[in-house]
Design a protein around this ligand. Structure first.
Ligand code: TRP
Length: 338
């Protein structure tokens, strides 16, 4: 087997929450990475709708956002011929395995999860109560990964702790019930930190409000308006680049050919740069990247979403069912069958 074929057998598992509108931070961060991974590994990518109910949610909106995320990912180039793309709740074995893992996860470990501590603080201020689901979030994540025997998990820095917990659960299972699960490794990609155009000291995020993110599928007019009015400075200051200008350069680097980026950099260094021109270039080149994605998105229908979800769920379930059969057998539950 060639090295490339060997790699194709290494399983990658990753999930994304159905947050609604995707923005270019999501695209250049997570999604572009998924596109590269599907070429090299055996990938299981899913929309984590069961994770989305760990905080308050609206049922219609959740369903809508889940379907929309499927179509957005297809438009971005996630290819069902190369990767298994599915919705977490369509493979109910995830939650069954989560329950088994609840018996193997330490309460003390979960209390130490930084993401829980942060989210708990936010939820305590804004919602009626902090749900057990929010507390259990990392255990479901462990099930998401191990159910496919995932070896590599592309995640951001903030998910490293969850992955460490996943490894502990795998280790504990293996020690008690015989070697079965791998200990998955993080695949850290150097995801570019794209900042808000309106407040460039903050990371681009939907939660900051519409001025603060460039949505993948928003109208060109408002997209341009956000770039046109992006915070810059009064001109090169000598020394460090201001955050707003650095952000524009980052976007140009991601979207434009190197020569274009270099020529603006030279002008910046000489102090002859005009930010209006820089912004036009950023807009043009971003649109060059996004236009084909937008065109594909416009062609996709609800029927395409349904077909993709059905196919993905069937493929994922074949693997997940097998894992659950083996897990039930080893831990002493479930019907005794042939
Ligand atoms: N918690 C991840 C996030 O918010 C999403 C996620 C859920 C995930 N299950 C996963 C990521 C399994 C990787 C593997 O980004």
């Amino acid at each position: 087997m060639s090295p490339a074929e060997e790699k194709k057998k290494v399983r990658v598992v990753s999930g994304i929450q159905p947050t609604g509108e995707l923005h270019i931070g999501n695209y250049f961060g997570a999604i572009k990475n998924w596109l590269a991974l599907q070429e090299e590994y055996e990938c299981f990518f899913f929309i984590a709708d069961y994770h989305a109910i760990t905080e308050e949610w609206n049922p219609e909106r959740l369903r809508e956002n889940t379907q929309r995320m499927v179509l957005d990912l297809l438009a971005c180039g996630i290819d069902p011929e190369r990767a298994v793309l599915f919705v977490q709740s369509h493979v109910p074995e995830h939650t069954e395995l989560c329950w088994v893992f609840n018996a193997l996860a330490s309460y003390g470990d979960l209390l130490r999860m930084t993401q829980f501590k942060e989210k708990r603080e936010h939820v305590e201020r804004t919602q009626e109560f902090v749900s057990v689901g929010l507390f259990d979030y990392p255990v479901l994540q462990a099930a998401d990964i191990l159910i496919y025997h995932g070896a590599k998990v592309p995640v951001g820095e903030d998910q490293i702790q969850h992955l460490e917990l996943t490894r502990r659960i795998a280790r504990r299972f293996n020690a008690r019930f015989g070697a079965y699960f791998p200990e998955p490794e993080p695949l850290l990609s150097e995801a570019p930190r794209i900042m808000s155009p309106a407040a460039p000291e903050k990371k681009m995020s939907k939660s900051l409000g519409p001025k603060h993110y460039l949505a993948l599928f928003e109208p060109e007019e408002s997209f341009w308006e956000k770039i046109r009015t992006a915070v810059t400075d009064v001109g090169p200051q000598g020394g460090t680049m201001s955050p707003g200008v650095a952000n524009l350069f980052l976007l140009l680097k991601l979207a434009a050919p190197p020569e274009v980026y270099e020529s603006f950099r030279t002008e910046y260094d000489r102090g002859t740069i005009r930010y209006a021109k820089l912004k036009e270039a950023v807009f043009e080149h971003l649109m060059g990247v996004l236009r084909p994605i937008r065109e594909r998105r416009a062609q996709l229908t609800e029927a395409d979403a349904r077909a993709a979800m059905e196919r993905g769920a069937a493929q994922a379930r074949r693997v997940a069912e097998q894992t659950l059969r083996e897990v039930r057998r080893r831990i002493g539950v479930g019907p005794v069958g042939p």
